[in-house]
Write a protein that binds this ligand. Sequence first.
Ligand code: ATP
Ligand code: MG
Length: 356
Amino acid sequence: MIIESLKLNNFRNFKTLNIHFTKGINFLYGKNGSGKTNVVEAIYFFYLTKSFRTNNYLQLIKINNEFSVINGIFNEGMMKYKIDIQLSKDGKKVLVNNKNITKISELSNLLDIIYFIPKEVNLFKESPKVRRNFLNLSISKFDDNYLYNLQNYEKVLKERNDLLKEDNFDENLIKIYDEQIAKFSCYIYKIRKKYVLELNKYLSSIYTKISGNNEELKLHYVPYINENENYLKVFKEIYSSNLENDKKYKRTTEGIHLEDIYLTLNDKNLSFFGSQGENRTAILSLKLAPYFLINEENKKPIIILDDVLSELDSSRKTKFIEFLKKFNQVFITSTNKINDLNLTYYLVSDEGVSIK
Ligand SMILES: Nc1ncnc2c1ncn2[C@@H]1O[C@H](COP(=O)(O)OP(=O)(O)OP(=O)(O)O)[C@@H](O)[C@H]1O
Ligand SMILES: [Mg+2]
């Protein structure tokens, strides 16, 4: 999947904008505040109708305007999709090939976008929820049944938690929930484990390509159960044996909704021992790795890299650009142009965006 063109109306600092993109590396450069991040933010918006820097979509509407329009043409092999999004105080309206869609999942099934923005360097310093979100979102592209199991797990978990908040609730009902939740947990656990194993086939090689050093980067999954156990039985025990604690805290205190992951570089935990630059390169490698798990060429995600180059030393910068040539379509923003014949350059300025 690639994006062929983007049209903006009253989006962030742009009154109007119309750009065509190419396959390979699209390099957007320009001064601070010229609108580079705004352009890639608009591209990412097609994926989940979410911005990667604000939860309030109204901030995307150009100040002093009532609404904002984002149009994109996407190409997936022989298929073309025209996506139109309109933002206003009344909500978000999304059309795919002129047909209204109501469920965001229809968009995220159609598209796949991976992004890396500077604040990503804190991925392992933030709460585990952020890491689980990353894992869940990327696994949903890897396994067709994962999202179904996860959504059902979350539904039962919510019902279980609601029940725990009631006085004198029926404990038999909790037992029924535990049966269901254990079943979904088994599936989620198996796929998470498999996925982390698959990602690890690529992590060290991506890291090594960017850093130039032969190093071992490994993702570790911290599950609730041990290898070779009877999953279903153990999961049931996890939920049922914590009932006293759950009653005390009025929520499900143990379970796969609390699982986590961490990274090691040459067997050392990166969050505790890694330098800022090592952390950045490692997390960048982690975010790019899911690209290699998508087998179908046309389904491979678009890559958005906002401001990553300024953070890499000059040797890593050159190696990284070389590595990025492997990907179908990449967007990089930077304040400085890097001269390389194989990139398409866009100068972003007050006058708009032009190919330079
Ligand atoms: N809703 C809005 N209406 C009008 N202008 C906005 C809106 N939101 C943001 N802007 C402006 O858009 C401008 C460009 O922002 P953007 O973050 O895209 O810059 P950038 O080119 O990525 O800069 P940097 O190199 O510093 O990262 C900013 O000056 C900001 O004030
Ligand atoms: Mg920016």
